[in-house]
Ligand binder design. Structure first.
Ligand code: 13P
Length: 247
């Protein structure tokens, strides 16, 4: 059985002390059975990366950054390069989370630059895509996601190590989850889109949006869903462990 990917996005939550306290509780819960069934990824804030790296590596947990800048170095106040992230022990990086798109105005073209730079730097980008409620109600969800994929992955070799996370915007932080059937339909659409772009057969597609211990098992049981990207419930070590142990 293919290992499912269980990723936690801490967003702008947790101080250093809180992040380390999370690991104190979470790491002992990562038993062998769980680690055989899933690959764990945690995306804390930049400020926690260095301090968490050693313990995560020893525990077999991959560390992700929540954002990056595509340029190698330069006068970009407040930004972080991929080499800087790699230096901190980071192996994965979120690209195009809907909060980056909506609040910080990141465009598909800019995300494409980040994605290419992440691949070139040897990091695994997790490209986040997803439609808003308005778009879903207007029946354009699939075309919105296809466009995000086509532009975000433009000129990228789909056989490179990377992932896609389907996160419907209306399901993020709202307590509303896409039904497993809806998620599967979109995941199949994403697969077809990747195939039409010439590859991506091995590219994991995760689901994100109000994933909780109560709904994780059903989502993870779906063969088209290769893992989950968890926001709120990843802040609690017991909840995140229950999600990872729900297969
Ligand atoms: P929630 O799980 O809090 O809905 O957040 C999902 C998310 O944005 C993960 O990146």
């Amino acid at each position: 059985m293919k290992r499912k990917i269980i990723a936690g996005n801490w967003k702008m939550y947790k101080t250093l002390k809180e992040g380390l306290a999370f690991l104190d509780v979470f790491i002992p819960l990562c038993n062998r059975e769980m680690m055989e069934k899933c690959s764990l990824v945690l995306a804390p804030n930049f400020t926690l990366l260095v301090s968490m790296a050693g313990r995560c590596r020893e525990a077999g947990i991959s560390l992700a950054a929540q954002n990056c800048h595509p340029t190698g170095e330069g006068a970009f106040t407040g930004e972080t390069s991929l080499a800087m992230l790699a230096d901190c022990g980071v192996s994965h990086v979120l690209v195009g989370h809907s909060e980056r798109r909506a609040i910080f105005g990141e465009t598909d073209d800019f995300l494409n630059q980040k994605l290419k730079a992440a691949v070139a730097a040897g990091l695994i980008p997790i490209l986040c895509v997803g439609e808003t409620l308005e778009q879903r109600e207007a029946d354009v969800a699939e075309s919105v996601v296809e466009k995000q994929l086509q532009q975000g992955l433009h000129g990228v070799d789909l056989d490179e190590k990377m992932m896609v996370a389907y996160e419907p915007v209306w399901a993020i932080g709202t307590g509303k989850t896409a039904t497993a059937a809806d998620a599967r339909t979109m995941h199949q659409c994403i697969r077809q889109c990747l195939e039409s772009m010439g590859g991506g057969g091995d590219l994991p597609v995760l689901y994100g949006g109000s994933v909780k211990p109560a709904n994780a098992a059903e989502l993870l049981a779906a063969p088209d869903i290769d893992g989950v990207l968890v926001g709120g419930a990843s802040l609690n070590p017991e909840d995140f462990a229950r999600i990872a142990g729900s297969m």
